[in-house]
Design a protein around this ligand. Structure first.
Ligand SMILES: [Zn+2]
Length: 292
């Protein structure tokens, strides 16, 4: 190896040690939301990624697609996340678990839940490899009889409402549906669950009423039936989808149903990351001060 080559390698190594490999999170000043509960619907383009922060606990539901993997880690850093108490992978599609391996590798993670549904894809294998490297196992998310409580504090509780069995035709319908209750306010997370799951939840009489609804399947026409929206009866709906995505998400019918029910609806493709705060009695969208 020539001397100039050696020098180049040393310079590159020094550069990497000092500045990282370009994938490291930028340190951004942490926003003080002044709220005990903060729910971030992180803009990951076409995909899903939600972060719940409550009583010093950090919970991540999905981690966006592959191409958002670094921006998710950056966002978590900027939100002051030092570790994750709980991760939920709602179902093994790329737009939900593409960024998961990166998150698992970059943060200490206490526990992970996912449905018992595997996928023969690179991102699924990568997620499993990341879990193995940390000697972690996936806990199976399923509701058989009693609803499964994942995390509980003095005044909050996160529980799973679905999947209700393990014989769905569509991968989307294995989605973990979960509800966070904080005092008198509640948030429903639906993954990509479609109308057959919505019907099951309605028939079972599950406690789906919520103040804030993460609209299922990026607002697609296969979810959000009128009956389901009526029963959830949210004040705020959040749709996570990419700008000009190939799927036509959100569907015009879904938007019409939300508008006619007078539900305030935010879209990550229009407004970017959506942050909702709860004081235990009311929910409201957080906006930077300069917006007012
Ligand atoms: Zn999806």
């Amino acid at each position: 190896m020539s001397n100039s080559y050696k020098l180049l390698i040393i310079l590159l190594l020094t550069f990497t040690m000092l500045f990282g490999d370009g994938c490291e999170a930028k340190q951004v000043a942490t926003v003080n939301y002044n709220s005990k509960l903060v729910v971030h619907y992180i803009n990951v383009g076409q995909g899903d990624c939600s972060l719940i922060q409550i009583e010093n606990k950090n919970i991540l539901i999905d981690a966006g697609p592959n191409d958002a993997a670094n921006s998710v880690v950056n966002y978590l850093n900027s939100a002051g996340v030092k570790g994750l108490d709980l991760i939920i992978a709602t179902h093994p599609h790329e737009d939900h678990i593409g960024g998961m391996a990166n998150v698992i590798r970059k943060f200490p993670v206490k526990i992970m839940y996912a449905p018992r549904k595997i996928s023969y894809t690179e991102e699924f294998n990568d997620m499993v490899a990341a879990l193995r490297s940390k000697k972690m196992k996936i806990h199976v998310a399923i509701v058989t009889g009693m609803e499964q409580v994942l995390l509980k504090g003095s005044d909050y509780e996160l529980k799973i409402l679905a999947p209700l069995h393990e014989n769905y035709d569509e991968v989307n319908n294995y989605s973990v549906v979960c509800k966070l209750q904080y005092k008198n306010t509640s948030f429903l997370f639906t993954g990509d669950a479609e109308s057959p799951v919505e019907d099951e939840l309605l028939q079972k009489g599950s406690d789906i009423k919520a103040d804030v609804l993460k609209v299922a399947h990026h607002g697609s026409r296969y979810s959000s039936t009128q009956e389901f929206i009526n029963k959830v009866s949210p004040k705020i709906a959040v749709i996570s989808c990419g700008k000009n995505n190939d799927y036509g998400h959100p569907a015009p019918d879904t938007l019409t149903r939300l508008r006619e029910a007078e539900i305030k609806t935010y879209r990550t493709d229009v407004t970017g990351t959506v942050v909702i705060l709860s004081d235990g009695q009311n929910v409201r969208r957080w906006q930077p001060e300069h917006v007012y």
